[in-house]
Design a protein around this ligand. Structure first.
Ligand code: ADP
Ligand code: MG
Length: 308
């Protein structure tokens, strides 16, 4: 403290500075953060640092004042920080606490990639998931998966096939799992399968099939929502769904499903019959083998929770 005071006095008297400047800089040198920084780093700083870095110190103090008054600063969302650079003092701009929070929130959002899913899935949380007895089994299974997966993400983990009627909360539970994984640092891709199938058909004309397919094949955790909701063409069944599941089975990548059908119904009432009306039990069986390898069936019952 004494050192700084002395240096300042010398500085001020040595130079022929006008009064305005003198007063301005006296305030700058007196700023508690400036003093603190100078004292903490004096050993690394050049002897004449207070003169040579005067402009930077002034910038630091005045930008902080603007920020405190809520005014626009040099870089929105960032605040100035003093740093040592080449034995002099420089100003670096670092994200404010608020900006850091926003950035963390953004990173969290980016961990849940959704394809044709409603925006409301962002709000789904395990905490808010009703623990009534009808849904307890599904919730427990979901929590078990999260524990096991997070403990060893590279190992094989069987995910869940949530079956149950319209509105019981299957999509909600998938989204809540995805959001929890995101909060813990893991990425998930959620896809509304019937819409994805339409997108894939449109992608043929634009040569975009391989790229769209790859995104699902290679997703760290994949959640296929509403499988069986729309009739599937043989192409979607075999060259889209089949290819995705084959890859994920080989690579042992966690894959969830949700469906209004039970597994047995999906096989016999949905996958067997192509949109052309062909009955293809063997193809349906092969697909079901992959689905069963990837996920175990958990039936969700309960009331329709959709606002009527
Ligand atoms: P499903 O996919 O089984 O048809 P949804 O997951 O879409 O059903 O759920 C139906 C509605 O009920 C949605 O609006 C969803 O947000 C809400 N919902 C479902 N489960 C819960 C829950 N446990 N807590 C709060 N809201 C829920
Ligand atoms: Mg749903």
């Amino acid at each position: 403290m004494e050192d700084l005071g002395k240096t300042m006095q010398q500085l001020m008297s040595q130079q022929h500075l006008n009064d305005n400047y003198r007063q301005l800089m006296a305030e700058v040198y007196d700023d508690p953060l400036v003093r603190q920084f100078y004292e903490a780093h004096q050993a690394e700083l050049a002897d004449d640092v207070l003169t040579r870095s005067a402009a930077k110190l002034y910038e630091f103090v005045s930008e902080r004042e603007k920020l405190a008054k809520g005014g626009a600063t040099f870089a929105t969302g960032y605040e100035p920080q003093l740093v040592v650079s080449n034995h002099l003092i420089d100003v670096a701009y670092v994200p404010t606490a608020e900006t850091q929070e926003k950035q963390a929130e953004q990173r969290l959002r980016q961990r849940v990639k959704s394809i044709a899913m409603p925006k409301s899935i962002r709000e789904a949380t395990l905490k808010a998931f009703d623990q009534d007895s009808d849904r307890a089994e599904a919730l427990m299974a979901a929590l078990d998966f999260i524990d096991a997966y997070e403990a060893s993400p590279k190992r094989r983990h069987q995910a869940l096939y949530l079956s149950g009627s319209f509105g019981v909360g299957k999509t909600y539970l998938l989204a809540a799992v995805a959001n929890q994984l995101a909060a813990d640092g893991f990425s998930t891709t959620l896809v509304h399968f019937p819409s994805f199938a339409v997108e894939m058909k449109n992608a043929i004309a634009q040569n975009g099939v391989a790229e769209k397919l790859d995104a699902l094949k290679k997703a760290k955790v994949l959640m296929i929502d509403d499988i069986g909701a729309d009739a599937m063409s043989a192409w979607v069944r075999d060259d889209v769904l089949g290819v995705i599941l084959e890859y994920r089975m080989q690579e042992e990548l966690p894959t969830f499903f949700s469906s209004n059908f039970s597994m047995a119904q999906l096989e016999n009432e949905h996958l067997r019959i192509s949109t052309r009306g062909d009955d293809e039990p063997l193809k349906a069986q092969r697909l079901m083998q992959r689905i069963r390898f990837l996920a175990r069936e958990v039936t969700m019952v309960g009331v329709n929770r959709r606002p009527q």
